[in-house]
Ligand binder design. Structure first.
Ligand SMILES: *[C@@H]1O[C@H](CO)[C@@H](O)[C@H](O)[C@H]1NC(C)=O
Ligand SMILES: *[C@@H]1O[C@H](CO)[C@@H](O)[C@H](O)[C@H]1NC(C)=O
Ligand SMILES: [Zn+2]
Length: 578
C-alpha cells in the first residue's frame, strides 16, 4: 500500500495577514500528521486500514506457523524399494481388490443394544472375521505375536530389535455401523456384496474402516515377505465396538498396551480419521490432531399433575419450551485458541494458498503480532473465518443441538414431567464446565420465574423443580497432538511421508475431528495421536461422503495409495531418531 496522502499545498505568496493564517494552518497540518502517524502505528485503534508496509500479510511469516517438512523417503534397506513398486503392479491391485472385497463381505455390524460377549450371538461374527484374516495374511499370523483381548480385540506385536525405541501403533476397528434394513433397497450394490465395479469397492465398512485395517495388514505382510526386520516394534490394535462406544474393544486393548509399555510408552498412533481436502486452491492433507469434547445434558421440568380442565398458566411443557428458547437464543462464543489446529490451517492457507481471502489474511497478521488476544474481546479472526460456513464455524465453537424431547401422556392430564436432551460438542480450549455453567444460569432464571427449585447437576430431584443431569457418556476435548513440522517429530515423519507420496504440492496441516474415534482410550499412551485416512485418489476427492450412509465405497486407487503410505510410514518411523 502507498503511504498517506500529502497535506494540501499552501499558497505561494503570503501577505502579512496571511502569515498569521499560515502558522495556524501549519499547526493544523502538524496535528493532522501526528494523528496519521499515531493511527498508522496502532492500526487497531483507528478506523483506517494499516498504511505502513509491515510484516503483515507476508507469506514468509505465515510459513513459520505452518512449517512443511521435506518429502521423507526411507534411506536404509533399499532392497525394500522393490516391494514398494510391487504395490503398483496389476497383480497387487487384483489381489487387494479381492482381499478388501472379501473383508467387506464378512458382516461385522455393531449394535447399541448388544448383550454380553458369549451370550449375545451377534458378537460371534468376529470369529469369522478373525478366521478370514488368518487365511488371508499367513505370514503375519506365523511371525507376529497375536493376542485376542476380551475375546474379539486383536493385538499384533511385531517385536523390533531395539527395545529402547517406542513402538509405532496402528489402529483400526473391525466393526461397522449397522445397515438399517429399510435402506438396503437404496444401495446401488447390496451392502455386504463387496462389489467391485472397475473403480470402487462397495459396501458397509469399505471406507469406515476395513480399508484402513486391510491396508495396515497388507503392508506388514509385504514387509514380512521381503524379510524386513524392524528396529522399532510395530503394533496393530483392532477394536470391535468402535461404532457403539469402544468400551469392550479399544478400552481393553489400550489397557493391555499401557500395562506393557507404560504411560507415554508409544511413539506414535495412527487411527482412522480425516483425509484430504481442497481449500482456497490448495490440496491439504489433514491428519486429525484434536477432537472436540462431548456431552449430552438431560433437562427435566417437574410440575404437579391434575386435570387439564383446571390447569396452571404454564405446564411443564410450556416452561421447558421457555427454557429451550432461551438456550437457543444464546449461542456459544466463536473462539479460536492458538492450540486449535484450525489456527494452523489458516496460517498454512495464508502461506501457500493462492485464493486465501485477504480479509482473513489481514486479521491473521494482526493476530500473529499479538493483537486481539484479549480473552474478553470478540475473536475477530474466528468470527470472520466462521463466515465460510457452519462446518468451519463449528471447528471453533461449542455446538448445542436440542435433539430429543418427551413429555405428557394423556390429553386430559397435566404433564408431570417434560424432558429434553441437548447435545454438545465442546470447542478446543473449553470444557464441559462451560456448558454446565450456561445451562445452570438459564435454568436458574426460568426456575425462579416459575417458583421451581433448581437441581443443577447435583444428582437430586423433587416435585416442582427443574433438573439438569449430565449424560453417562461425557468426554472432554482430546489433548492436542503437537504438529510442528520444523524438527524431527512424529508429525514431521507423518507429513514428510505424505509429501513423499503425493508431492510437495500437498500442504500437511493438522485438523480437528468433530466426532471421536477409538483413540479416546489411548490418550495416556502418547501425545502423538493422528486420526488420518492416508489414501488419496485425485479423481475421487476426499471420498468420505458415503460413511455411515447408503452406498459406502472406496476407490481402489485410494486404497492402494493408503498401502503405499503405510509402507513408507512404517519404514520412516523405523528409521526416525525419535
Ligand atoms: C488383473 O485383473 C485384470 C482384470 O481381470 C486382468 O486383465 C489382469 O490380467 C490381471 N492382472 C494380473 C497380473 O493377474
Ligand atoms: C413458591 O413455592 C413455595 C414452596 O414450593 C411456596 O411456599 C410459595 O408460596 C410459592 N410462591 C409463589 C409466589 O407461588
Ligand atoms: Zn470408523
Amino acid at each position: 500500500m502507498k503511504p498517506a496522502a500529502a497535506p494540501p499545498v499552501l499558497p505561494l505568496e503570503a501577505g502579512p495577514q496571511q502569515s498569521h493564517r499560515r502558522s495556524r494552518v501549519k499547526g493544523l497540518v502538524l496535528i493532522f500528521l501526528a494523528l496519521v502517524l499515531f493511527l498508522v502505528s496502532f492500526p487497531d485503534l483507528g478506523p483506517f486500514p494499516r498504511l505502513l508496509p509491515g510484516p503483515l500479510g507476508r507469506e514468509q511469516d505465515f510459513k513459520s506457523g505452518c512449517t512443511q517438512p521435506e518429502p521423507l523417503h526411507p534411506s536404509k534397506d533399499s532392497g525394500l524399494d522393490k516391494v514398494f513398486d510391487q504395490i503398483s503392479s496389476s497383480a497387487f491391485r487384483n489381489a487387494t481388490i479381492r482381499r478388501l472385497s472379501a473383508a467387506v463381505q464378512v458382516k461385522t455390524e455393531s449394535f447399541d443394544d448388544l448383550g454380553a460377549i458369549g451370550k449375545d450371538p451377534r458378537w460371534d461374527v468376529f470369529y469369522d472375521f478373525h478366521q478370514y484374516l488368518e487365511d488371508t495374511f499367513p505370514l503375519i499370523h506365523k511371525t507376529l505375536h497375536v493376542e485376542k483381548v476380551n475375546t474379539h480385540g486383536l493385538l499384533y506385536t511385531w517385536q523390533g530389535s531395539d527395545e529402547s525405541l517406542k513402538p509405532t501403533l496402528l489402529l483400526a476397528h473391525q466393526d461397522t455401523v449397522p445397515v438399517p434394513p429399510e435402506t438396503i433397497s437404496s444401495w446401488t450394490y447390496p451392502p455386504w456384496s463387496g462389489e467391485y465395479d472397475g473403480k470402487y469397492i462397495w459396501g458397509r465398512g469399505a471406507s469406515d474402516c476395513k480399508n484402513q485395517l486391510i491396508a495396515a495388514m497388507e503392508t506388514l505382510e509385504l514387509l514380512l515377505e521381503a524379510d524386513f526386520t524392524p528396529k522399532r516394534t510395530v503394533l496393530l490394535s483392532f477394536g470391535f465396538d468402535e461404532e457403539c462406544s469402544g468400551t469392550l474393544g479399544a478400552s481393553k486393548l489400550a489397557a493391555v498396551i499401557q500395562k506393557r509399555y507404560g504411560k507415554d510408552g508409544i511413539a506414535v498412533i495412527v487411527d482412522e480419521g480425516s483425509g484430504f481436502e481442497q481449500a482456497w486452491g490448495t490440496l491439504f492433507a489433514k491428519p486429525g490432531t484434536a477432537e472436540k469434547g462431548y456431552t449430552d445434558v438431560h433437562i427435566t421440568v417437574r410440575m404437579p399433575g391434575g386435570h387439564s380442565s383446571i390447569p396452571s398458566d404454564h405446564t411443564s411443557i410450556g416452561i421447558l419450551s421457555e427454557l429451550i428458547t432461551k438456550i437457543e437464543a444464546e449461542q456459544y462464543r466463536t473462539r479460536l485458541v492458538d492450540s486449535n489446529p484450525y489456527y494452523t490451517q489458516l496460517q498454512c492457507g495464508a502461506a501457500y494458498s493462492p485464493e486465501f481471502p485477504s480479509k482473513l489474511k489481514k486479521l491473521l497478521g494482526h493476530r500473529r503480532q499479538g493483537h486481539n488476544t484479549c480473552k474478553a474481546k470478540p475473536d475477530r479472526l474466528a468470527i470472520e473465518a466462521a463466515k465460510q460456513g457452519p462446518e468451519i464455524k463449528y471447528l471453533m465453537q461449542t455446538s448445542q443441538a436440542v435433539d430429543v424431547i418427551s413429555g405428557g401422556i394423556k390429553v386430559n392430564a397435566l404433564p408431570e414431567r417434560a424432558t429434553v436432551v441437548v447435545n454438545h460438542r465442546i470447542n478446543i480450549g473449553e470444557t464441559t464446565q462451560v456448558v454446565q455453567d450456561k445451562l445452570t444460569r438459564l435454568a436458574g432464571e426460568v426456575a425462579k420465574k416459575h417458583n421451581l427449585t433448581l437441581h443443577a447437576f447435583d444428582g437430586q430431584e423433587e416435585p416442582s423443580s427443574v433438573i439438569l443431569e449430565p449424560s453417562t457418556y461425557e468426554l472432554e476435548a482430546a489433548p492436542v497432538t503437537p504438529a510442528d513440522g520444523s524438527g524431527v517429530s512424529p508429525f514431521s515423519v507423518l507429513a514428510g511421508t505424505t509429501r513423499a507420496l503425493y508431492g510437495e504440492g500437498v500442504v500437511v496441516t493438522p485438523g480437528i475431528m468433530t466426532g471421536n474415534t477409538d483413540t479416546r482410550y489411548y490418550w495416556a499412551l502418547t501425545r502423538h495421536i493422528f486420526r488420518f485416512a492416508p489414501g488419496f485418489d485425485p479423481e475421487d476427492g476426499a471420498g468420505l461422503g458415503s460413511i455411515h450412509t447408503v452406498n459406502e465405497r472406496v476407490s481402489v486407487l485410494n486404497h492402494v495409495n493408503s498401502v503405499r503410505w503405510f509402507m513408507l510410514f512404517v519404514r520412516n518411523m523405523d528409521e526416525a531418531e525419535l
